[in-house]
Design a binder for this molecule. Structure first.
Ligand code: PHE
Ligand code: ZN
Length: 878
């Protein structure tokens, strides 16, 4: 067995390319097993490139058919061609043309990178390094070039031929059954934004006119028969385009904007210039197959990819270490869009739930890395929650610190100054500094220093002096490669809540930079004294979750309940409830009976019934922290069975003591008869289902029948899936019937059956692994389609905490087995799954031994591991 010795890539090694590719003209002769790609590059050396410097282009599993320089075939000794590299020795010192012909096999491309076939449709995926699987090229984001693409294919099976940019000409190829289309993209772009699609597709279309009056044709292409399910995506696209004009002054810049949905796709979607390619999960929706969460996800992802046109495409990254420059910023933009379209506090809660459940665990384990990393072996491993979601939090903090106007000024300068550039985080920060005449150097540490800071607060009140003193201390635990930590610049939004629930105004604050409701911490420990405080307040800290830190608020249960009832910041009302639940669940896990439980439960009832709050917020308020969240909070020597048992017991107790309340809320909410995915209707459905969750947990007579009735009466996927999940989770009578009925109804609709797979995978059960094994034999499952794998295996790893971390190690063994299995065909998918080992060091000794052995088994397996999997496993074991 050949061992994999991938290079460590370092930020400090960055160098410009010695040659510039001015234009590239591509001809694709599409055939399933032998596609020919002719690439003609116009090149010139940079002024400082020494004469004779070799031209080295990237490749990956390529076969070179021919190579010509200025029209003449190159002599054998003038170049070296390997599958992963093309070297041209001694290129001309004057501008020259290189014509490279390669042959590739789309049908055999199981990695879904480069050009591949998905359900008979040719499509490409080039980010991050997929273009080198098509032709030899400078496959790096700072090599910007103008692309022209000619696509040739059989006309009957591929009536639709799509490329980047604007359509030029189409026609038949004489004497054959083939036709062609030529596309030209006037905007210079890196190869990772290249795309083509060919297949038998149908589309829905709309005409859009930009703010300055430019007409744009919008098309969403789907497999025939799915066009009825693309309407919501189109609606989301149009709203995104308007929003970006209004909010950031950014308009679209081509004559057409095309989106294509495919079923085999590793990630969510891809922002290729003028030709976004989507995982069909983020395009297709109707009430029968999609949940409210799916509708929300589609809106978000359509917006996200569209917003990349400015943040990512017009301004791209210098190298992949700068990934957060486009991703963190674009996530921030899509979050803001959804907040404006829906309820801002509810969206904020949803985003923080996501951050805490995905990014916090990453940042507190062996896979922790800075938002802008400085080294990697496989860039695909860095499309992480840290780069995306923490990256978005950093942009949000800049806005918090500078205010809305200052933020907009910085963004305007960024767009103006860097349009057409391959940029860096330093360039980005500098725009905010210059536009606001301020210094963000301390703040920038957030990009370089990894780990989740811990913020500990304590306070005291001096009645005689009318002062309130707040002590704040930050510590950041060591993370891989960073044993010592500097204090961060932490913006803390706050209020001092008086006995009547209103914020108390202070006359003066000393000890930190405090401005209105914003306090900026800059040191390890700071004491802030507020003057003119007439009565003892309860501090409400980190309102709106103003910084991605773990807060220990230093409040007693009574004070937390007070905030839960009265804080004017809805986010902190929710947070207070979460903190209380989390604390109590940990005590119950340890076998203790939590103090103040009854008071908490009655506050929870009040929050659930409060008609002044919107339904979605009340639904979130009732949400118990997940078993995974609690495991992370405990942090070491975790026994997942004890957590699961405590959480089940708590749900049952809340359900039993508030049964009448839940029943009342449940019956009072009326959802309009015709389905609508709008936020208000979705909120109603979610609160109803949350009430049903507790009723189903209670075990009270009639609750199982009520849950089954909800399932049977459901006329949309949200209710059907929600109720089925409860039947299965609480193992109620009707679960088996429900699973069968669901299967019968949705067999043949892959995206709906994914939900069925994930429900079955998430259910706690004695022998989870054999359940999963059996399901891998089900016709709805396939190892080759990432969505199927993410639903079944991802559902098991992500939601079945007791099953995956089972003390006998069966979950760990199974993950090792499937990682090795998947790695042979699709390393990116294998690597995403194997990241679930990231929490192993937090487990108790019994589990740690098993997890370590499973990780070692992967590393020592008798097969060549991909760089993707090897890097993750090594970091886990480090
Ligand atoms: N750039 C895509 C996005 O976030 C994600 C992606 C990365 C897709 C790599 C495919 C491959 O919008
Ligand atoms: Zn993105």
């Amino acid at each position: 067995m050949q061992s994999n010795t991938a290079q460590l890539i370092k930020l400090t090694d960055y160098e410009e390319t010695p040659y510039v590719i001015e234009t590239v003209s591509l001809v694709f002769k599409l055939h399933a097993e032998a596609t020919e790609v002719v690439s003609t590059l116009s090149l010139h050396p940079r002024a400082r490139t020494p004469a004779g410097t070799a031209l080295e282009l990237d490749g990956d599993e390529l076969k070179l058919l021919s190579i010509k320089l200025n029209g003449t075939p190159l002599e054998d000794d003038a170049y070296d061609a390997a599958p992963d590299k093309l070297v041209v020795h001694n290129p001309p010192t004057e501008p020259f043309k290189l014509e490279i012909t390669t042959q590739i096999n789309p049908a055999a491309n199981t990695r879904l990178m480069g050009l591949y076939l998905s359900d008979g449709i040719y499509c490409t995926q080039c980010e991050a390094e997929g273009f080198r699987r098509i032709t030899y090229y400078y496959d790096r984001p700072d090599a910007l070039s103008v692309f022209t693409t000619r696509i040739e294919a059989d006309k009957a099976s591929n009536p639709i031929l799509l490329g980047n940019g604007n359509p030029q000409e189409t026609g038949r190829i004489d004497g054959t059954d083939r036709h062609f289309a030529v596309w030209h993209d006037p905007h210079p772009k890196p190869a990772y934004l290249f795309a083509l699609v060919a297949g038998d597709l149908t589309c829905i279309s709309e005409k859009y006119t930009t703010a300055s009056g430019k007409p744009v044709d919008l098309n969403i292409y789907v497999e025939k028969g799915n066009e009825q399910r693309a309407g919501w995506s189109m609606d989301s696209l149009v709203r995104s385009m308007r929003w970006d004009e209004k909010t950031f002054g950014r308009e679209y810049d081509l004559d057409v904007f095309n989106i294509v949905a495919v079923s085999a796709f590793n990630m969510g979607a891809m922002e290729n210039k003028g030709l976004n390619i989507f995982n069909d999960k983020y395009i297709l929706a109707n009430s029968e197959t999609a949940t409210d969460l799916d509708y929300e996800g589609i809106e978000t992802v359509v917006a996200h990819e569209y917003f990349h046109n400015w943040t990512g495409n017009r301004i791209t990254c210098r190298e992949w270490f700068q990934l957060c420059l486009k991703e963190g910023l674009t996530v921030f933009r899509d979050q803001e869009f959804s907040s404006d379209e829906r309820s801002r506090p509810v969206k904020r809660i949803a985003d923080v739930v996501r951050l805490k459940s995905r990014q916090f665990p990453e940042d507190q384990g062996p896979l922790s890395h800075p938002v802008r990393p400085t080294e990697y072996k496989e860039i695909n491993n860095f499309y992480t929650a840290t780069v995306y979601d923490k990256g978005a939090e950093l942009v949000r903090m800049i806005k918090t610190i500078l205010g809305a106007d200052g933020f907009r000024k910085g963004m305007d300068l960024y767009f103006e100054r860097h349009d057409g550039d391959a940029s860096t985080i330093e360039d980005f920060i500098k725009c905010f500094e210059e536009a606001n005449d301020t210094d963000l150097s301390h703040f920038s540490l957030w990009y370089h220093q990894s780990g989740t800071p811990h913020l500990k607060a304590s306070s005291s009140y001096d009645e005689a002096a009318k002062t309130f003193t707040l002590e704040l201390e930050q510590t950041t635990p060591a993370t891989p490669g960073q044993p010592e930590k500097e204090p961060f610049f932490i913006p803390v939004r706050f209020g001092l809540v008086g006995p009547n629930g209103e914020d108390i105004a202070y006359s003066k604050a000393e000890g930190a930079r405090v401005d209105g409701d914003l306090l900026c911490l800059t040191e390890r420990k700071q004491t802030v004294v507020f003057h003119g405080i007439g009565s003892k307040p309860v501090p409400s800290l980190l309102r709106e979750f103003s910084a991605p830190v773990k807060l220990e608020a230093g409040l007693n249960r009574h004070e937390q309940i007070f905030l839960m009832r009265h804080d004017i910041d809805p986010f902190n009302r929710w947070q207070a409830a979460q903190t209380l639940m989390s604390e109590m669940l940990i005590e119950m896990t340890n076998g203790d009976i939590p103090a103040g439980k009854d008071a908490f439960i009655s506050a929870l009832a009040n929050m659930a019934e409060d008609e002044n709050l919107d339904h979605a917020f009340r639904g979130f308020g009732l949400m118990l922290p997940s078993e995974k969240d609690i495991a992370l909070e405990i942090g070491k020597d975790v026994d997942t069975d004890a957590i699961g048992a405590a959480r089940d017991a708590f749900a049952k107790e809340i359900g039993a003591s508030l049964y009448d309340t839940f029943e009342r809320i449940y019956s009072a909410i009326e959802v309009s008869e015709t389905f609508s995915p709008d936020a208000a209707s979705a909120g109603k459905r979610s609160l109803k289902l949350r009430c049903l969750y507790y009723m189903a947990a209670s075990g009270i007579e009639g609750s199982a029948a009520l849950t089954k009735a909800h399932f049977d009466a459901a006329d949309n996927m949200t209710d059907r899936m929600g109720a089925l999940n409860l039947l299965v989770t609480w193992n109620l009578e009707g679960a088996k019937d429900g699973l069968q009925a669901f299967e019968k109804r949705h067999q043949g609709t892959a995206l709906a059956m994914d939900k069925w797979l994930s429900i079955a995978a998430g259910a706690p059960n004695e022998d989870a692994v054999s359940t999963i094994r059996t399901l891998t034999e089900h016709p709805a499952f396939s190892w080759d389609i990432p969505n199927r794998v993410y639903s079944l295996i991802g559902g098991f790893l992500g939601s079945n905490t007791r099953g995956f971390h089972k003390a006998d190690g069966s979950g760990y063994d199974y993950l090792a087995e499937i990682t090795l299995h998947l790695d042979k065909n699709n390393p990116q998918v294998a690597s995403r799954l194997v990241k679930s080992f990231g929490s192993w060091k937090n487990m108790n000794a019994e589990r740690r031994v098993k997890a370590k052995a499973a990780l070692e088994r992967i590393l020592n397996a008798d097969q060549q591991l991909s760089t993707d999997v090897k890097e993750i496993v090594e970091r886990c074991l480090d």
